[in-house]
Design a protein around this ligand. Sequence first.
Ligand code: FES
Length: 106
Amino acid sequence: MSKITVTDLNGKPREIEAEVGLSLMEVIRDNDFDDLAAICGGCCSCCTCHVFVDENWADKLPPREEDEESLLEDSDHYDAALSRLSCQVEFDDSMDGLKVTIAPEG
Ligand code: FES
């Protein structure tokens, strides 16, 4: 089983197991991170699953689609290099060791 490290809004990192085929949002949500609301359930319409990808990983993930990009650009915390909607990233084995930080809402 692959592992990822998720840092919560208090800056506390935790390593969790990640199942291939789930979205990154589902992996994080299923591990009880309350900081990730994901209120639209993965429909790419809320931006409450926003995470910052570790800079060493940003180029290794599949690129953002247009919908994801435009939602993120509206966020107060948008980072052009590191922001992702975690519901739009499907986890696979190539992401073993990935590090992400949950972004503040807004
Ligand atoms: S869960 Fe709503 S955009 Fe990702």
